[in-house]
Design a protein around this ligand. Structure first.
Ligand code: NDP
Ligand code: OXD
Length: 309
């Protein structure tokens, strides 16, 4: 009998184990590091697995992320070559992200940050303009980026999008590739990052990027902490190149207690909750992909290992 392995030391493995067993009653499900027969392991689901822990399973046919991102898998220098990697694509994960991004966009648009400060000072002040005019730029027009772009355009916002290959999205001006980056950034003053973390996008939000901005921006990073050079953001905030930052992801999570971001009035921190894997949707997807891998059928939501997403 083949074995499915769960390798996620910091997650609630009991729930995943129970869910996978319920979904695959005729199969063996084990939780790393307790593996009874390494040769029987043909599938694995991972979240921040210890590097090297996917080695030694010579019949492995599938490595699935427990979330949408796969950077935590591909960053393993000892990842077994040639084994397909899949990820979660789920309606609920998408609309949860969209609602998070709508919440931060609208709170900035309607200046809730300003009223919060004025409340502390007992100030009642109706502004001449009720809102900040936004020119929104979204980096990454994949499953998540496309959805928030369409929703913001549907609300009447001016929306631009940036991706690797050209796109057409109703109501959204789309740009592709480094050669179109300056055109993309031209009028943007509210920038949402939804890129995957790859060798090309790592540290992309750095000093040279902030220096390149033609206008001060409000930055939203809901993708990965590795995109952002944190000390460069602090400088950009001090210099006014970035007015405010909504940050959901960080280079080190949980964010260390003594991190300078905590005490900034121009940063709002959320603890990687923009969207959380919906286990009830993820488990059947992973189980189905494993059965497909066993049968040699095409997999769903397989990533391109050479592209890293
Ligand atoms: P997708 O793979 O569906 O989309 C990725 C998008 O980024 C594509 O449009 C792709 O372009 C574009 N892209 C990739 N590399 C480049 C590049 N070098 N230059 C320009 N564009 C590029 O990913 P998802 O939308 O599903 O997810 C995006 C990320 O969101 C995940 O990788 C994950 O890190 C993060 N995430 C964060 C969560 C949170 O709670 N904070 C929850 C879930 C995900 P093209 O279309 O041309 O291929
Ligand atoms: C994901 C995440 O990639 O939770 O799914 O960040």
């Amino acid at each position: 009998m083949s074995t499915f392995l769960i390798v996620a030391p910091n997650r609630s493995n009991q729930t995943w184990e129970e869910g996978m067993k319920k979904c695959l009653p005729d199969h063996r499900v084990e939780v790393w590091p307790n593996v009874s027969d390494p040769e029987a392991v043909t599938g694995a689901a991972c979240w921040n697995h210890p590097h090297g822990s996917l080695n030694g399973y010579k019949n492995l046919k599938l490595i699935s992320s427990m979330g949408a991102g796969v950077d935590h898998i591909l960053s393993d220098p000892d990842l077994p070559a040639g084994v397909p990697v899949t990820r979660i694509v789920d309606e609920a994960l998408t609309y949860t992200m969209t609602r998070y991004l709508l919440a931060v966009t609208l709170s900035w648009h309607r200046r809730l940050d300003v009223y919060q400060k004025e409340q502390k000072e007992h100030v009642w002040h109706q502004k001449a303009r009720p809102d900040r005019p936004l020119h929104i730029g979204i980096m990454g027009l994949g499953v998540l980026g496309k959805d928030i772009a369409g929703n913001l355009a549907g609300l009447g916002f001016d929306v631009k999008g940036y991706s690797r290959s050209p796109k057409q999205i109703e109501g959204v001006r789309c740009y592709a590739g480094e050669e179109e980056m300056d055109d993309f950034l031209k009028d943007v003053n509210f920038l949402i990052n939804l890129l995957p973390l790859t060798s090309d996008t790592k540290n992309m939000l750095d000093k040279s990027f902030f220096d390149r901005l033609p206008h001060p921006i409000c930055l939203v990073n809901a993708a990965r902490g590795g995109h952002l050079v944190e000390e460069d953001l602090l400088t950009a905030l001090d210099e006014g190149k970035v007015e405010y930052a909504f940050l959901d992801v960080f280079r080190k999570e949980p964010l260390p207690e003594d991190h300078p971001f905590w005490d900034r009035e121009d940063i709002l921190i959320t603890p990687h909750i923009a969207s959380i894997t919906n286990i009830d949707a993820a488990i059947p997807q992973i189980a189905e992909n494993w059965l497909r891998a066993e049968r040699g059928d095409p997999l769903r939501n397989e990533i391109d290992r050479s592209r890293e997403y």
